[in-house]
Design a protein around this ligand. Structure first.
Ligand SMILES: [Cu+2]
Length: 285
């Protein structure tokens, strides 16, 4: 656990608010440090049946076993079918968002589909990871919003999660449809070596812009083990659009929902107000 209590009284309030889980060991209450990047407060117990601290910030705060009976609010993810042919690539920037490890992670994630096919092919090529024993295991996800021009990985908010699974129990690799659609590391494995290459098929991501599982206007974020966002990049279309013509997406991706992405912990905080701040119990990145 990488937790730092904010204020003891707040921690007690969290424990009281969470109550007891049913049927499976509940995640323990915890608070995260405000000193790490991209923090913001999130109210707990927003999801029925979940007794742990819920986050919307790309952090799995419970490091216990996966819960085999857990189901997303909207049910399991559906297999993406009859997809338009397209290829998207997210290229990591040469300067990392958080250089606290002293190592610069580079590389890309390329995701492509074939016309009329189902599922997408994912090709991951990363280099330059720091010591796993110090900072790992490293995880990576597709996040809900694109990275703004200033490179702030925190502004990508939480994971692509159309089934409203949330952030609590770890992804059950035996039932990937119950994992967050954007939780690539959870479904397909963490980054396990400094230079990491992986290729796999993901059944649930979609290249159809009208799908809730569409990732093409979103981002990839790489985290260290304490959920710090190390680096991030936007997906951009490389070609193979639905009409078969080559196309490029040179403009910055835009959020696919009406939710206004925040640009930093400070602005999010002001939106919550003092009462909400007192009720909020965790600071996550
Ligand atoms: Cu993430």
């Amino acid at each position: 656990m990488y937790a730092v209590a904010l204020i003891p009284a707040l921690g007690a309030a969290v424990a009281m608010a969470q109550g007891q889980g049913a049927g499976y060991p509940p995640p323990p209450p915890m608070t995260l440090s405000t000193t790490l990047s991209g923090v913001l407060p999130v109210l707990p117990t927003q999801t029925p049946g979940f007794s742990g601290v819920e986050t919307e910030e790309g952090a799995i705060v419970y490091d216990g076993p996966a819960n085999p009976s857990f189901m997303p609010v909207n049910g399991p993810a559906t297999t993406a079918a009859n997809l338009p042919a397209a290829t998207y690539m997210a290229m990591l920037p040469s300067t990392n968002f958080d250089n606290g490890t002293g190592s610069t992670i580079m590389g890309s994630v390329m995701i492509s589909s074939t016309a009329g096919g189902s599922g997408v092919s994912v090709s991951v090529n990363f280099t330059g990871f720091p010591s796993e024993s110090l900072y790992g295991p490293f995880v990576y996800h597709i996040h809900e919003f694109p990275v703004p021009a200033n490179g702030n990985c925190s502004a990508t908010v939480g994971h692509l999660d159309p089934t409203d699974r949330g952030e609590y129990y770890p992804c059950n690799v035996g039932a990937p449809a119950t994992c967050q659609v954007g939780d690539l590391a959870g479904k397909h494995g963490n980054v396990t070596m400094p230079n990491f290459v992986a290729q796999y098929t993901d059944a649930f991501l979609s290249t159809d812009p009208s799908s809730t599982a569409f990732f093409g206007d979103k981002s990839i974020v790489i985290h260290s083990s304490n959920t710090t966002r190390l680096t991030c990049a936007n997906f951009k279309m490389m070609g193979g659009a639905a009409n078969g013509t080559s196309s490029t997406n040179s403009s910055s991706p835009t959020p696919s929902s009406s939710v206004t992405p925040y640009t930093g912990a400070g602005s999010k905080m002001s939106g919550y107000g003092f009462a909400a701040f007192m009720a909020a119990t965790v600071w996550l990145l």
